[in-house]
Ligand binder design. Structure first.
Ligand code: ITT
Length: 192
């Protein structure tokens, strides 16, 4: 089955390709398809917007991920708005902004959420969700991954997500869990 990976985020592409390697699907990029504005207020709405638009344009199944970081001390912000947190343009600037917002804050708990949707051109949707709880450091550590990974230490781990390989992150992460559920559902082959 040919599946369009409907994301403009290179970090997500790496993780999705690594996770789904065993399915034997042919994963392709957006190839000029532009994703719609994320006007939803939930991960599910935004993932569906992206996956459906790509599936309709490409006339083939398309997979999208909408995800975010929910910080306890910020009442769950930035959540669905993680990619635009504080209006900051880059991962580095958003990490600096997040550290500023948490300066002096003892409660460093946070949670990553990922919703993966596989959409078919006929409008059928499959939805998978994964979460990962952890704590935020007071400074970055590690060079791998993307986004808030250098600040985030998963519960039960000593390293940040940015100090892990793609496979190590996948084994425990929000996106890894959502994609594992998708793999489970498709074991035995994709639907016709
Ligand atoms: P697409 O919409 O093109 O897929 P995006 O980066 O805009 O790319 P989102 O709207 O889902 O994707 O925003 C999710 C943001 O949450 C992302 O840009 C990161 O800042 C953060 N994020 C999500 N998953 C993450 C992860 O595994 N590690 C670090 N940060 C993550």
């Amino acid at each position: 089955m040919r599946v369009v990976v409907a994301t403009g985020n290179a970090g997500k592409v790496r993780e999705i390709e690594e996770a789904l390697g065993g399915l034997g699907w042919s994963l392709t990029g957006l190839n000029g398809i532009s994703l719609p504005e994320e006007t939803g207020t939930t991960y599910e709405e935004n993932a569906a917007l992206k996956a459906c638009a790509a599936a309709m344009m490409a006339r083939s199944p398309a997979l999208a991920d909408d995800s975010g970081l929910e910080v306890a001390a910020l009442d769950g912000q930035p959540g669905v708005y993680s990619a635009r947190f504080g209006g900051r343009a880059s991962d580095l600037e958003r990490n600096v902004y997040l550290l500023e917002r948490l300066r002096g804050q003892a409660d460093r708990r946070a949670k990553f959420v990922s919703v993966v949707i596989l959409a078919y051109p006929d409008g059928h949707l499959e939805t998978y969700r994964g979460e990962l709880s952890g704590t935020l450091l007071e400074g970055p550590r590690g060079e791998n991954g993307f986004g808030y990974d250098p600040l985030f230490v998963p519960d039960g781990e000593a390293r940040t997500l940015a100090e892990m390989t793609v496979a190590e992150k996948r084994a425990i992460s929000h996106r890894g869990r959502a994609l594992a559920a998708l793999m489970q559902a498709h074991r035995g082959g994709p639907p016709a």
